[in-house]
Design a protein around this ligand. Sequence first.
Ligand code: B12
Length: 340
Amino acid sequence: MAALTALVQPFGVTHTGVAAADVLQRAREALHHRIDTGLTDGMQFTFKNPERSTDPRQAVQGAQSVFVAARPYLLPDEPSPGGMCARVGRYAWLDHYAPLREALWTVARQLRNDGFKAVAYADDNSIVDREVAHRAGIGWFGKNANLLLPGAGSWFVLGCVVTTAPLPTAAAPVDDGCGTCRRCLDGCPTGAILEPGVIDAGRCLAWVLQKPGIIPEHLRAAVGDRIYGCDDCQSVCPPTVRLGPRVPAPVPQEAVRAWMPVLELLEGSDHEVLHQWGRWYLADRDPRWVRRNALVVLGNIGDASDARVQRVLADYRAHADPVLRVHAVWASERLGLEAR
Ligand code: B12
């Protein structure tokens, strides 16, 4: 185990653990419950096939263990460059999954060399990452549903290697560290945390901004300046704010994308949008969903006296895409601009 941990550290992984490759019964029940009660709001991901995403042995036949790794993604604050810029969720400022996957595949290759089967997963629909990380003794489930690591908080991405190797498993799960705190429940801008650990995806801005289609009108003001992801349930979380470790240096500063210039995005070609922001989860790889979000942000933070804002909104009110037209009309009305 120590040898495997040493393999992932050069990739910035700070925490590791091992769970037995048993069925994730609690997660399976939770997935079904969320589907049955409509809390998934059309999400597929791990909900598409709960029997599969909660059974490591369906991922790797004969699996005995799941090696779990956590990598911090907190970078120093980036002040807004000014102008009309939209905020990007911290986990998407850089591609943190790429180095995590490299780390996990390094372990998988080692295990294969040793004669075992091994497959690496990170943010893949094949397995419920947080549940397996909890079982591996890496952290506790916060009331905001995120996995919090003791002494480090929740600014971590998670992944695992499912393997037939019999690795030593965690002695016990980490104790709850939230206690009576309920700042995330009160701090969620849309009240999406219905009860500790239960998120209503239809209200969680992270999903609202990813989901294809029209953003419900009653949620558009709460979107604020966010274009992708929402950090509020973590940025109000006391241990996460106090303890969050920074991403290990060196960070390619030129690759960090914490803000997105809204007007440039709305004026740019599809090719430019996909080139700059294509690693985001965009339904059908369609840039219209980022444009839609940008129109909502413009309605929330735009300068109505700016001629460029007026021109962009007028263009989008006449756009061929009815979804974009709807959001442009809303943004124009919100800014007190002519909407016909
Ligand atoms: C679908 C999904 C989403 C959906 C739904 C989130 C959700 N809560 O399910 C949306 C798009 C909204 C989303 C948003 C985000 N996501 Co997401 N997402 C996923 C994905 C693909 C599947 C999650 C899943 O299966 N959920 C199923 C439900 C049933 O699980 P759950 O809500 O965690 O429920 C558990 C708890 O309720 C717990 N539980 C049971 N009883 C009790 C009782 C108490 C008291 C408590 C507290 C808990 C508890 O057990 C349940 C089952 O495990 C995973 C990747 C993966 N393959 O696992 C990433 C993942 C969960 N997401 C991640 C991230 C980073 C985010 C965001 C922070 C991104 C952002 N900034 O916008 C937000 C956070 C929102 C939040 N508070 O959860 C990370 C989380 C890392 C971490 N440290 O926890 C993951 C693991 C990706 C990764 N590999 O790193 N996500």
